[in-house]
Design a protein around this ligand. Structure first.
Ligand code: LMR
Length: 331
């Protein structure tokens, strides 16, 4: 009797050690994004994977899917909400269906430079926006920089009148549509994965992006001119599914929180240099002339585009806009 009990127990133990489902499976975090690995966001995703797998071995596994290889624009947010991916970092232009306040970041000529963007993002108002979509099951974990946007086209753009009648690709953002309408150009919403071909085939004549996106997607090969306009910002919100994040074991979640802070510091420190390097690589490729605006010419773009603010003030909130403007003054 004792012997058969003992052998039944030994047998059960052997079976359980063979059955992987009995051992705690690692949590899988699928991180999907639309850009190349060598961009600020691409690098951030890979660093996140590296640190998580070093510090939470066997507990969490991160799978990174770059270049729209799993989900492209328009589908990635839905995938996050359905639990098909656990982390994404859409550009701040891609949130208008979920919150109107984040449209703030698309207002042309709002921030003088990326340091002002940084100050606003770290302010109570900026941090508040990270939590503004929790009722929709979206938690903002951090802001990641890409950088300031430059205009590109197949003709030189020095003053707003040069853009008149041209078709510009825009992200899915009503503010960006209005920004191009303000200079009498024709905006056309298009997902990121389609931009190169759109420019190559002439479906659109121009676009706006930081140097890192232009270079990594080879857009410079199909754009003869880039105007260094720094007219707006392209940054990201690193987001997760609120229920997923809150359901993680507390020790795992707090380690992930620490890693997010570390990766964010790294991405935001390196982004500007990465963009500058890509600007130099575009110059070296000799495909594209980079136009530097005089202060007077840049002023003309500002004057033409700034009326867009008024159109969105009601949706975004005048106080939020003032807080962002205040970030232009270094403390
Ligand atoms: C774009 O669509 O131009 C960008 O949002 C792509 C990205 O994620 O940087």
């Amino acid at each position: 009797m004792l012997r058969s009990l003992f052998s039944a127990l030994a047998c059960a133990l052997a079976v359980s050690s063979m059955n992987p489902a009995m051992a705690a499976d690692p949590v899988i975090i699928k991180f999907s994004h639309v850009v190349a690995d060598q961009t600020p966001k691409g690098q951030g995703a890979l660093l996140f994977k590296k640190l998580v797998e070093e510090r939470l071995p066997g507990k969490v596994k991160v799978e990174v899917y770059p270049n729209s290889s799993l989900f492209g624009d328009g589908k990635e947010m839905e995938a996050l909400l359905l639990g098909d991916v656990q982390m994404i970092a859409p550009s701040l232009a891609k949130f208008e269906q979920y919150t109107k306040s984040v449209q703030l970041f698309d207002l042309p000529f709002l921030f003088n430079d990326i340091n002002a963007v940084d100050r606003f993002q770290l302010s109570p108002q900026g941090q508040g926006l990270l939590k503004s979509m929790e009722s929709k099951n979206i938690t903002g974990l951090a802001y990641w920089h890409n950088g300031m946007k430059q205009l590109s086209a197949n003709k030189p753009l020095r003053v707003p009148a040069d853009a008149r009648g041209l078709k510009f690709r825009v992200q899915a953002s009503a503010v960006l549509e209005e920004q191009f309408k303000a200079v009498r150009a024709n905006p056309r919403k298009m997902s990121f994965a389609e931009v190169y071909q759109g420019l190559q085939t002439g479906v659109v004549n121009g676009a706006e992006n930081p140097y890192s996106n232009i270079y990594s997607q080879k857009m410079h090969e199909v754009q003869k001119y880039i105007t260094e306009s720094n007219h707006g910002v392209l940054d990201y919100m690193l987001i997760t599914n609120t229920k997923f994040w809150n359901g993680l074991p507390p020790d795992v979640r707090s380690e992930l929180d620490k890693i997010v802070v570390e990766v964010t510091t790294h991405v935001n420190k390196e982004a500007q240099q990465l963009n500058e390097g890509d600007k130099q690589r575009i110059l070296a490729a000799k495909t594209t002339e980079i136009i530097t605006l005089t202060p007077e010419e840049r002023g003309q773009w500002r004057d033409a585009m700034k009326p867009v603010w008024k159109k969105f003030e009601g949706e975004i909130g005048a106080e939020l806009i003032s807080a962002a403007e205040a970030a232009n003054q270094a403390q």
